[in-house]
Design a protein around this ligand. Sequence first.
Ligand SMILES: Nc1ncnc2c1ncn2[C@@H]1O[C@H](COP(=O)(O)OP(=O)(O)OP(=O)(O)O)[C@@H](O)[C@H]1O
Length: 226
Amino acid sequence: MTLVLDDVVLTYPDGDRTLTALDKVGLSVGAGEFTAVVGPSGSGKSSLLAVAATLIRPASGTVSVAGREVAGLRPAERTRLRRDHVGIVFQQPNLLGSLTALDQLTVMAHMAGRSARGAAARARELLAATGLAGQEHKRPHQLSGGERQRVNIARALMNDPEVLLVDEPTSALDHRRGEQIVKLLEGLTRERRLAAVMVTHDLAQLTSTDRVYSMADGRLAEADRV
Ligand SMILES: Nc1ncnc2c1ncn2[C@@H]1O[C@H](COP(=O)(O)OP(=O)(O)OP(=O)(O)O)[C@@H](O)[C@H]1O
């Protein structure tokens, strides 16, 4: 399994009490598997993604990413694990306003210390794979909301991750564009053998996924398909 969470507990301080955001959560996602997590606001979905992304350390339980257990890693090793093995697609694309689509991607490789020529070729390949061939030199304001989300997805794949974590990718899009984005994520997950977890509110998008989990009050349970 490429991403494994076992018995994960995450708490936040809440006045003089503690709030349990993740309550003994277990989740295993293999290569090429597209998993969805649904649940109401405040149920712990973003916390789950943050723990899986190694951005937050749980109070207890284990997290393993691409075969490496996170708890024993030093901060710099954890950062490297995240950079090299985890792609994160945030809800809002957070693209840099002055950069072209191509540069939004190549800057990732630059930060990872990779060669500029290899980066440009990979960026072009990923923009084509996400349906943006011919749009490489456009800046965010010249792209539609759906196209910006495609750049966001392509950027998350720039460092060739094994794990892809996606937070509400369709919330800013109409139904048809949202459907196209989820289909794109499904195709990329299969072709590139990603272990993908998508948090969504949109139950109509679940037909493309292999497994659906529901989250309530920090507890995760496998759900029947709707
Ligand atoms: N940094 C924080 N400090 C304290 N409490 C937090 C923090 N982040 C989240 N929480 C609380 O933890 C619980 C789970 O929040 P989380 O954001 O993971 O849920 P969610 O399902 O992603 O919600 P949404 O769909 O609204 O983003 C909520 O009660 C939230 O208020």
